[in-house]
Design a protein around this ligand. Structure first.
Ligand SMILES: [Zn+2]
Length: 424
């Protein structure tokens, strides 16, 4: 990164990126890290917290679901005496528990077994469909809002195929009514249903799902002492890939950070751009905003696959750009300090992305009016998003906007929903 007036020996600067990541996440740890830039403006000074989160940032769309089939859902799920229906075929085993010890960030329960693919998914209770459409990380999801004796509970169903969404937003559904079929979309290592119950609506805290565990299961709403929990979860929690926590381990005794992409797989990949795309989309950025941020990162490193910029990393000493955002000078020092405390380490793609988000949240945008991360989310077009990120987070010398936009458009063509490949 470069400061506007700093001599730069490195390709490009970094600067702020705004990360837009909406975490759904629960922060739980805070390690104060000072940002020490070479010539930081007053606004850029200070410290910020690296926050670990246990929820994955999965962005869900609402309202795009179109019933893809004309068939009437006829099958029904078993309803217990408390009025909740098991959300898929009765007797389907739990393949990953709600907040299992090895997945403390898992805010739902995974149900899977032989032959589960294509099996019915049932509404766990009477309610109204509030989301039926794409959800990065989940492939597609359905959310149903229930009024349970005056308390709003939302049930969340993930990993289905878009062709299997059988209820549109606004539909009234009955307990046990088939709403979809079990799929294997999104960040999923095998066919399964990821099911959650959220208290107070889709943005509320999770609880141990009654439809699966019964009424005796302890409800464990979000810890009220953790402020992040209150804002956590505009998104469904995790992406259910059972192995994805392996590369995102937290410090011992801490909650486990989980990111919306399979970090281990990303770290091994020749082309990491799709992971970066999914990560940023999963943190709440639109396709345009995601493309704009990625166009900047690609231009900074000259590496549109992001392989060299993460794997090789060391380019030429402390004043050289380093990593995805070509962090340099004091910002690079801060990055290294954070990496030293992070079990994932400096070259982990998810570490770098997480860092980028936290850093941008800790920086005020140049024109004031909030932090850089929030600002990226206001951008509507690829061009605006690219320039915003360049001007605020990266802060290079002028003249490279066109090159950044070019990269951004390439990503959009490759990964955007209007292009040949869907996002999920
Ligand atoms: Zn799950």
């Amino acid at each position: 990164m470069i400061m506007e007036f700093t001599k730069r020996t490195t390709p490009l600067s970094i600067t702020y990126f705004i990360a837009a990541i909406v975490f759904t996440l629960t922060f739980f740890t805070s390690t104060a890290l000072a940002i020490t830039e070479a010539n930081p403006s007053e606004k850029e000074k200070g410290s910020f917290d690296i926050l670990y989160w246990e929820k994955c940032g999965v962005t869900g769309s609402s309202g795009t679901g179109t019933p893809s089939t004309t068939e009437e859902p006829t099958s029904t799920g078993a309803v217990d005496e408390s009025g909740w229906a098991f959300p898929t075929v009765a007797g389907t085993p739990i393949s990953s528990d709600y907040r299992a010890p090895n997945r403390p960030g898992h805010q739902g329960v995974d149900l899977a077994g032989p032959g589960i693919l294509g099996q019915p998914i049932y509404a766990s209770r009477d309610g109204t469909v509030t989301h039926s459409g794409t959800a990065s990380g989940f492939g597609y999801w359905i959310v149903i809002e229930h009024d349970v004796d005056g308390q709003i509970i939302s049930s969340v169903y993930g990993h289905m195929s878009g062709d299997d969404l059988m209820v549109p937003v606004g539909a009234k559904v009955k307990t046990g009514q088939q709403i979809s079929r079990v799929g294997n979309q999104g960040q999923s290592t095998g066919p399964h249903l990821h099911y959650e119950e959220r208290v107070g609506g889709v943005n509320g805290g999770d609880r141990k799902p009654v439809a699966v565990y019964g009424q005796t299961g302890n409800t464990t709403p979000a810890d009220p002492a953790d402020p992040a929990d209150q804002q956590a979860s505009t998104q469904p929690a995790d992406t259910s890939a059972a192995d994805q926590t392996s590369s995102c381990k937290g410090e011992s005794g801490s909650k486990t950070p989980v990111t919306p992409v399979n970090c281990a797989e990303a770290n091994k990949s020749e082309d990491k751009s799709k992971f970066v795309w999914d990560y940023l989309r999963g943190q709440g950025l639109s396709e345009e905003q995601t493309a704009g941020v990625m166009g900047n990162l690609a231009h900074e490193s000259g590496d549109p696959t992001f392989k060299k910029s993460t794997d090789v990393y060391e380019v030429g000493g402390a004043n050289a750009g380093y990593g995805l955002a070509q962090w340099s000078f004091g910002r690079q020092t801060s990055l290294r300090d954070a990496a030293a405390k992070d079990p994932r380490g400096l070259t982990d793609l998810c570490f770098q992305l997480d860092y980028l988000v936290e850093e941008s949240k800790a920086r005020e945008r140049r024109d004031g009016g909030g932090n850089e991360w929030d600002g990226i989310k206001e951008q509507k077009t690829i061009e605006d998003a690219t320039y915003y990120f360049e001007y605020n987070y990266e802060r290079p010398q002028p003249g490279s906007t066109g090159a950044r936009v070019k990269y951004a458009n390439e990503y959009m063509n490759k990964y955007g929903s209007g292009g040949g490949n869907r996002n999920v």
